[in-house]
Design a protein around this ligand. Structure first.
Ligand SMILES: Cc1cc2nc3c(=O)[nH]c(=O)nc-3n(C[C@H](O)[C@H](O)[C@H](O)COP(=O)(O)OP(=O)(O)OC[C@H]3O[C@@H](n4cnc5c(N)ncnc54)[C@H](O)[C@@H]3O)c2cc1C
Length: 345
């Protein structure tokens, strides 16, 4: 990163290919999550004034603990609460833990004592007792909290803070935050940058539907509701209406596959179905209920680049794929991405 004449000069390097690209920017937002402070330190070769408190949170996935669709909030003897949430069709998701983290962010993983802790809380409440062997998978993340010295990890604020960098050109770093407040956070960042962009328009995202949630474009009633100040949220009726619409349009589509697509892609399922007119238009069968049509869609519309993107980050089909099927999928993606890149060229 360099300061140019009235703009930043940024060298972006893609980690997987090493390809570099130089861009000029009037302002920079450092939204590197848990890496926020480390990135500043790397860029300016000194410790930033504000540090992060890194707190790891882990989850376990076990065979379904209860048949209903309720989520349970369980309190442990230490006062903390954990959730037990129905997960996909066959599993329960249990989490999370809170543990100070000073390890390598790129390889964060659950520890055995976290697994034992989560099992202990669940076993204190559910008739069905879990053991270590029931843990089908785990995942962990790291919360970049604002460092409030002397405070216990569970007590540190979950609020966000925008930290301007002391430089002639604007650079704002985001510390903390939650998914639930991301739009407010983003609007705050834009307000802070307004002096740099005097022609900037007013905030507009409050009622804008998220990708896959654009029911107002589908159903007239929804549009009126939205225009009269209603919530852009889809109701169960909207979802049922979309399901009926697509079942009529593509009667050859298996009901279970349509259900998974609707749960995963919402209104974008229409783009995914596109002009397919028979089961053979789903393309090559790649395992479980994954066909090449969905993989092509994820590459073209959701930046999928490898098998893990598809099996874990865009879907949870990873639970149903063995190593061989995953290798076949990886080969398919390499070929398909080559075709997409050629198309772009
Ligand atoms: C265990 C856990 C539980 C949580 N529970 C909740 C919850 O219940 N509700 C809620 O609202 N929020 C929750 N959160 C918080 C929520 O996950 C975060 O607020 C949210 O993910 C932050 O999004 P982000 O895009 O700002 O950062 P991130 O999702 O962390 O993304 C930062 C990105 O920056 C990239 N990056 C870093 N350095 C560089 C670099 N040098 N160059 C290029 N890219 C870089 C990283 O690869 C990453 O993709 C939880 C977080 C954790 C860890």
């Amino acid at each position: 990163l360099e300061e140019g004449d009235g703009h930043w000069i940024v060298t972006l390097r893609e980690a997987s290919s090493g390809i570099e690209q130089i861009v000029h920017a009037k302002a920079i937002v450092n939204a590197a999550g848990p890496w926020v402070a480390r990135l500043l330190e790397k860029l300016f070769a000194k410790k930033p004034p504000l540090d992060t408190r890194l707190v790891k949170g882990s989850h376990i996935v076990v065979p379904r603990l209860h048949s209903g669709d309720q989520a349970f909030m369980l309190q442990h003897s230490d006062g903390r609460v954990i959730f037990v949430i129905p997960y996909l069709d066959d599993y329960s998701l249990i989490g999370t833990t809170e543990a100070e983290f000073d390890g390598v962010l790129e390889t964060v993983h659950i520890d055995e004592d976290e697994i034992a802790y989560l099992i202990e809380v669940a076993n204190g409440y559910f008739k069905r007792q879990l053991s270590r062997e029931d843990v089908i998978s785990t995942y962990s993340g790291v919360r970049p909290l604002i460092d409030e010295e002397g405070k216990d990890a569970t007590k540190v604020s979950r609020d966000y803070h925008l930290e301007p960098h002391q430089s002639a050109l604007p650079l704002i770093s985001i510390y903390g935050g939650k998914v639930t407040t991301y739009r407010t956070l983003a609007e705050d960042v834009m307000r802070a940058l307004a002096p740099t962009f005097p022609k900037m328009g007013a905030p507009w995202t409050k009622l804008a539907p998220l990708p896959g949630g654009n029911y107002s474009a589908l159903f007239d009633g929804k549009k009126e509701e939205l225009e009269s100040g209603g919530e852009a949220k889809a109701s169960a009726e909207d979802e049922a209406a979309l399901s009926a619409l697509l079942s009529a349009q593509a009667p050859w589509l298996q009901a279970s596959l349509l259900k998974r697509w609707l749960q995963t892609y919402g209104t974008d399922t229409q783009t995914l179905v596109g002009n397919a007119s028979s089961a053979s238009d789903l393309g090559i069968h790649l395992g479980a209920d994954l066909y090449s049509r969905e993989v092509d869609y994820l590459i073209a519309h959701e930046w999928a680049r490898n098998a893990d993107d598809i099996l874990w980050r865009r879907t949870k089909l990873g639970y149903l794929f063995d190593e061989r099927a995953k290798a076949v999928l990886a080969d398919y993606i390499t070929t398909a991405r080559g075709a997409v890149t050629e198309g772009v060229d």
